[in-house]
Design a protein around this ligand. Structure first.
Ligand SMILES: Cc1cc2nc3c(=O)[nH]c(=O)nc-3n(C[C@H](O)[C@H](O)[C@H](O)COP(=O)(O)OP(=O)(O)OC[C@H]3O[C@@H](n4cnc5c(N)ncnc54)[C@H](O)[C@@H]3O)c2cc1C
Ligand code: FES
Length: 291
């Protein structure tokens, strides 16, 4: 059992949790993730390690409650625990002195971006952050991003806070101004990452994206997380999660991530119907999770 030390809602339906996992806390690097499971028959859910404290042995995750499992996670309080926490998984972010790095976080993508932004800044780069959300109440980690950034632009799609527009609007403005950009790191919904890659492509700005395909075993064995990058098959859990955004086949990624939409909705309905108690049995999409 991995005890939850702290759990709080930091934005609408977005939760921060600190979990005691000392060995992971001591080893993890920026860009790596965990797989968590709640209950013997629970789905295996991948979530980025946002922070860790090797002194108290805790790891921090930030997640959006989007379906059955993440909703169940969000209902845990301090003192409750996860059945399994596996990690750190995935390749750490490649960090060196690039020059000026633009970090782009869209929605919940700000959570995986934060440890990468901190590592990039610590390596001596100039960090400009573009942080976006659909609306003000979904914007997360503004203060934390501000603390590690040399400059920051905040956007909301509906103009309810800061600049009205998409993260790509702010990025395009930087490019049009002739700002130097040596590397762009974009994390957020798949359409956002695809749009960022299309903005940077004509300018040959190296663009790294962090992919979030459906995962099951997270060890490179099951093939669930396969994506096509530069015409080659890659497994995000062991070859990623970060890839060259100009080489990713986003169309295929969207289709694969939609494969179990019907089953995911049914699992959520069954879970809510049972008062949030049906963990596992009969509620897992085929080929996706379950013990
Ligand atoms: C490497 C990695 C890191 C991630 N880091 C974060 C993070 O820091 N914060 C965060 O909020 N989310 C993160 N995600 C996405 C998170 O894993 C999914 O939101 C979660 O699995 C949804 O599960 P569910 O049962 O609640 O929802 P479901 O009802 O099962 O699904 C809702 C949607 O979530 C996606 N999804 C479902 N299962 C998976 C799965 N096993 N793997 C990936 N996506 C899935 C699908 O697109 C689906 O449409 C990450 C995903 C990956 C692969
Ligand atoms: S999740 Fe199974 S191969 Fe990556």
């Amino acid at each position: 059992m991995y005890p939850v030390l702290e759990s709080r809602e930091i934005a609408k339906n977005v939760f921060l949790q600190r979990i005691r996992a000392p060995r992971i806390a001591a080893k993890r690097k920026a860009g790596q993730f965990l797989v968590l499971r709640l209950g013997e028959e629970g789905e295996r859910i991948p979530l980025t390690i946002v922070d860790s404290d090797p002194v108290d042995g805790s790891v921090t995750i930030i997640f959006q409650a989007v379906g059955k499992s993440t909703t169940a996670f969000s209902r845990l309080s301090a003192g409750d625990g996860y059945t399994d926490v596996v990690g750190p998984l995935g390749k750490p972010t490649h960090v060196e002195t690039f020059g000026t790095v633009v970090g782009i976080g869209g929605g919940i993508g700000a959570a995986p971006l934060l440890p990468i932004a901190a590592a990039v800044k610590q390596a001596g780069n100039r960090l400009v952050t573009i942080l976006g959300a659909r609306t003000k109440e979904l914007l997360i980690l503004e203060d934390e991003m501000r603390a590690v950034s040399d400059d920051i632009v905040v956007t909301t799609d509906d103009g309810s806070y800061a600049e009205k527009g998409f993260v790509t609007t702010a990025l395009q403005a930087m490019i049009d101004r002739g700002d130097t950009i040596d590397l762009c790191v974009a994390i957020g919904p798949v359409p956002m990452m695809r749009a960022v890659a299309e903005v940077t492509r004509p300018h040959r700005i190296r663009t790294v994206v962090s992919l979030n395909p459906i995962m099951v075993d997270a060890t490179g064995m099951c093939g669930a997380c396969r994506v096509t990058v530069g015409g080659e098959t890659k497994f995000v859990c062991v070859d990623g999660p970060e890839f060259d955004g100009h080489e990713v086949d986003f169309k295929e990624l969207v289709l694969r991530n939609r494969a179990y939409l019907k089953e995911e909705r049914a699992a959520m309905e069954r879970y809510e119907h049972a008062g949030g108690k049906c963990m596992g049995s009969g509620s897992v999409a085929p080929g996706k999770g379950g013990a």
